[in-house]
Design a protein around this ligand. Structure first.
Ligand code: NAD
Ligand code: IPM
Ligand code: MG
Length: 360
């Protein structure tokens, strides 16, 4: 069966890293993978052409695809758009919501070759392998009511942090099942000392636990979790949390691995359809300079092969190719330690492709 894949380069460094993913997909095709890759516009680049960040055409293509690969969206050029619904980030949120991609997997894994690039001491991060399971279509990102309005002579901004039991239960199940496949430890992160919505979150996680007797469930408040992540990150196996806490904790976890430029992610719905993207953004500060690290994007291709296309061997081949390139001492600027030579985005892409070809 031909797998349909939609590539959405987006903005900033998005097109630069997406170009490397595209070459990698072509190499996979040549190695026997049956895929059909289409492209589309999302984010600021879609706004510039269609006046909206998620044109109907892109959404239709996304619905028809088994998997979507997205570079990144956003940038200062579009930050002044008054209508929040037209901002590039809304394109991304719209894709997540419309496709029901509630299960966001954000692995933070340290390649041993990058121990010295981490901001923590090598002994604290050696062997680090955390999976953050972030709820992606609910919580404060989508809760109603929301807005900015005039009250008693001044403007008031408000959002609503809301989760239903069923939303908590389905992300809980993703996390428990993930823990079962890994080291059987699940830490649920909440703010149940203050927020009712997370009191319910904790209750539902507790209620699910007996169904997964082999998994050890623990709970942690989010402020402590942020602290523990930089104090002793290896205590974590799988972490499950809501949309906003997951956004913040996954960036912190990313840095432990050396650079946010290394972290891929998967966002899945009930049917296994998925969107795959690096955890980082469009990095406007380095866009157009051929210095962005394309590895998070290329590793997102590997996650796509594993989680939506069922092509595990090809996924492993990509991951092994990335390992080989790091073994060879090749580094983009973000993961280079002092005195190491650095290479650009294209050259890193070339190196991964060469290593991928060698794995055959
Ligand atoms: N998924 C997404 O599309 C996504 C995610 C986060 C932020 N954003 C958007 O991106 C824009 C910039 O946001 P930000 O600056 O807060 O976050 P960012 O992740 O874009 O950048 C943070 C820092 O990390 C660096 N960085 C990021 N990716 C890198 C890579 N591949 N290689 C090397 N260095 C890299 C950047 O240069 C910057 O210094 C905003 O418009 C934001 O809304 C989009
Ligand atoms: C760009 C933004 C909407 C997005 C989020 O907050 O989810 C990003 O930070 C992410 O982590 O994917
Ligand atoms: Mg984020």
């Amino acid at each position: 069966m031909t797998h349909k894949v939609l590539l959405l380069p987006g903005d900033g460094i998005g097109p630069e890293i997406a170009a490397q993913a595209k070459r990698l997909l072509q190499a996979c095709k040549e190695a026997g993978l049956d895929i059909d890759v289409e492209e589309g516009l999302v984010g600021g680049s879609a706004y510039d052409v269609h006046g909206e960040p998620l044109p109907a055409e892109t959404l239709d293509k996304a619905r028809a695809a088994r998997a979507i690969l997205l570079g990144a969206v956003g940038g200062p050029k579009w930050d002044k758009i008054e209508d929040l619904a037209k901002r590039p980030e809304k394109g991304l949120l719209g894709l997540r919501k419309n496709l029901g991609l509630f299960g966001n997997l954000r692995p933070a894994m340290l390649y041993p070759q990058l121990a010295s690039a981490s901001s923590l001491k090598p002994e604290l991060v050696a062997g680090l392998d955390i999976m953050i399971v972030r709820e992606l279509t609910g919580g404060i990102y989508f809760g109603q009511p929301r807005g900015i309005e005039e009250r008693d002579g001044e403007r008031v901004g408000f959002n609503t942090y809301v989760y239903s039991e069923s939303e908590i239960e389905r992300i809980g199940r993703v996390a428990f099942e993930m823990a079962q496949k890994r080291h059987k430890k699940l830490c649920s992160v909440d703010k149940a000392n203050v927020l009712e919505v997370t009191i319910l979150w904790r209750e539902v996680m507790e209620r699910l636990a007996p169904e997964y007797p082999d998994v050890e469930l623990s709970h942690m408040y989010v402020d402590n979790a942020a602290m523990q992540l930089v104090r002793a990150p290896k205590q974590f196996d799988v972490v499950v949390t809501g949309n906003m806490f997951g956004d913040i904790l996954s960036d912190a976890a990313a840095m432990l691995t050396g650079s946010i430029g290394m972290l891929p992610s998967a966002s899945l719905n009930e049917s296994g359809q998925g969107m795959y993207e690096p955890c980082h953004g469009s990095a406007p500060d380095i866009a157009g300079q051929n210095v962005a690290n394309p590895l998070a994007m290329m590793l997102s291709v590997a996650m796509m092969l594993r989680y939506s296309l069922g092509e595990n061997a090809m996924a492993e081949r990509i991951e092994a190719a990335v390992g080989k390139v790091l073994d060879d001492g090749l580094r983009t600027a973000d993961i280079a330690s002092e005195s190491m030579q650095t290479i650009g985005t294209d050259a890193m892409g070339d190196a991964v492709l060469a290593a991928f070809a060698q794995q055959a």
